[in-house]
Design a protein around this ligand. Sequence first.
Ligand code: ATP
Length: 387
Amino acid sequence: MRIAVFGGTFNPIHIGHINVIKCVLKELKPDKLILMPTHIPPHKSAHDLASDEHRLEMCRLAAAEFSGVSVDDYELKSEGRSYTVATMEHLREVYPSDELYFVMGSDMTKTFLSWYQPKRITELCELVCLSRSDEDSEVISKYVDDIRAIGAKCYLLSCDPVEISSTRIRADIIAYGKSFGMLLSSVEEYIIKNKLYNFDKTKYNKYVDYLRADLSEKRFIHSMNVADEALRLAVLNDSDRSDAYFAGLVHDICKEIPIEEQLELVKRSKLPVTDVELKAPKTYHAIAAAVYLNEAFRVTNEQVLSAVRYHTVAKGGMTVLEKIVYMADLISMERDYKDVDEIRRCTHADINLGMKQAMIFTVKDSVKKCRPIPHITLDCYNEFIGL
Ligand code: ATP
């Protein structure tokens, strides 16, 4: 019998994994494909790690869509960290005379030789590798060759990659409550029903009510969308979620008050204000918001106040939170300017690449409209243009 084993955290299992399953079934034609969710000891728990039981159940829901695919809880039941070599030793005992294959994506293929006892693993089974992205497809064969050089039988399956990760899906669920088609519907329903990957937004209801009453509908929707996008970027960048969500929510809190009132607040700013900003009323609302939040709502979190203050003009040496709010404002759900999809894609892959795109876009736009550019914006542009 040909038995393929596909291990992973599966937190949650997604359409990238499903693509692997389909590809292995089609190309390798195993008699059995076993999904093997990995146990992560509680003290090592990563952020947003669903429990063993939930991950097992989600794998079962996915396996139910295919014939010949099953789920094994061997690693989940084992104490301590799961080592592939131990799992394959166990499977070799269970299936002494069958052909065993271990399936892995390109990120795993790249690091395979640094795993615990790679040579022993390749004595116990053959390896099956798949690309996770078009970029990986170009380099993966070199890693496969390196693995073959230790005497392993290692196959590279050529299937169109589905570029998605569990981290990205968790970010979408936490921020937007849905996966945008990146999960099987049974798995998505399970996640929603069991409130996995959750963020409690209700503690900001006071601010939401204030914004709803004070802002135009369009600006209110934008503020809600920036909060959600900032939350998504916080998850992707392992940054504080509450700070990001809150700063995104209130970043435009002063945008619709009379300009004279904005200027009064600007004059009380503890953070420095540049001459160019003073001559550009369109930039006042950000500086004013930081002052207003501190004076009217007693917000003292300097990280948050600074992220709000610099969300229009940026500056050199921005913190992750400052970048998150700046980018969330540019790529929030309702934005539909010409380059937004590309800037969104870059930002989700790497926030610094997003900042680079955003700086090029902003500086070009200011030059086209003959608008002065604050030197702090140029500091930011210069910082990212070399990336
Ligand atoms: P995370 O984002 O939390 O690191 P992940 O998406 O990488 O998660 P894992 O459960 O860690 O998912 O991956 C299990 C296995 O599936 C690994 O071998 C990994 O390389 C592979 N894999 C994950 N996503 C894809 C994908 N989109 N295409 C091909 N293989 C994938």
